[in-house]
Design a protein around this ligand. Structure first.
Ligand code: HXC
Length: 257
């Protein structure tokens, strides 16, 4: 399928989505959201896809929601459209989504990266929630996901002052899983995605879901959820194959079922 504002490529069991509005530093307008949702829907229903990498350009992952598109909107425009609610579909994507972030990840760009499961940053990556400078606040999860990711002290610092944070600080704070040289960003992210896509797809999807539940549940309910879904994997062919391969001292050949 062709999209207006993103590129979608398949590389074996991995898909690569590249935000592609270079002149606007990948500002996230309604078309980007529509394209992203359509691409993710396609990839979610394709059993041949085991993991997805989401990236931007070397200069910008995304410099935020599209300010020009929002500038003249009224309260009622925003409310009736439930503006940004469509991003919940991105956060609800059931397969691993790896953000490969170079350059600016500001405002909605930072929030989009935080909807992903693993955030890999180029050494030139810059994160921030500068909405306060525009007279508003984060509207795509920044006040919630950033606070959960890096804690209140730094989240308040970033959201109230609007200052940016570099890749090193973001990794130290726990927002970023790995930092790599900018030139190796896509290759590294694809490698991580390929590793994941080589495992049992149901195990991977359930692992993602179990980690996500930790944000929503008490420890005892989370542990119970984990145990129940752990048990469920014993209904898969891949569990039999994975364990038989270990016992037989050979490499597993997952059927992803
Ligand atoms: C629309 C944007 C944009 C954005 C950049 N552009 N960011 N357009 N929305 N968020 C456009 C610029 O207008 C310009 O187009 C082109 O991209 C290049 O940007 P420059 O500013 O010329 O580049 P540079 O000087 O290198 O500065 C880069 C930058 C700066 C520091 C990233 O662009 C910037 O501060 N952008 C806004 C960052 C921001 O505030 N993001 C949060 C948005 S609000 P033209 O055609 O003019 O040359 C948000 C959440 C909303 O995301 C939730 C609450 C409503």
């Amino acid at each position: 399928t062709d999209f207006e504002t993103i590129l979608l490529e398949r590389k074996g069991r991995v898909a690569l989505i590249t935000l592609n509005r270079p002149k606007a530093l990948n500002a996230l307008n309604s078309q980007v959201l529509a394209d992203l949702r359509a691409a993710l829907q396609e990839l979610e229903s394709d059993d041949g896809v085991g993991a997805v990498v989401l990236t931007g350009s070397e200069r910008a992952f995304a410099a935020g929601a599209d300010i020009k598109e929002m500038a003249d909107k009224s309260y009622m425009d925003m409310f009736l459209a439930d503006f940004f609610a469509g991003y919940e579909q991105v956060a609800a994507f059931r397969k691993p989504l790896i953000a490969a972030v170079a350059g600016y990840a500001l405002g909605g760009g930072c929030e989009l990266a935080m909807m992903c499961d693993i955030l890999i940053a180029a050494d030139n990556a810059t994160f921030g929630q500068p909405e306060i400078k525009l007279g508003v606040i984060p509207g795509m999860g920044g006040s919630q996901r950033l606070t959960r990711a890096i804690g209140k002290a730094k989240a308040m610092d970033l959201i109230l002052t609007g200052r940016n944070m570099g890749a090193e600080e973001a990794e130290r704070a726990g927002l970023v899983a790995r930092i790599v040289p900018a030139a190796e960003l896509i290759a590294t992210a694809l490698e991580v995605a390929e590793t994941i896509a080589g495992y049992s797809l149901p195990a991977v999807m359930i692992a993602k879901e179990a980690v996500e539940r930790s944000y929503e549940l008490t420890l005892s309910e989370g542990l119970r959820f984990e145990r129940r879904v752990f048990h469920s994997l014993f209904a898969t062919e891949d569990q039999k194959e994975g364990m038989a391969a270990f016992v037989g001292k050979r490499a597993p050949e997952f059927k992803h079922r």
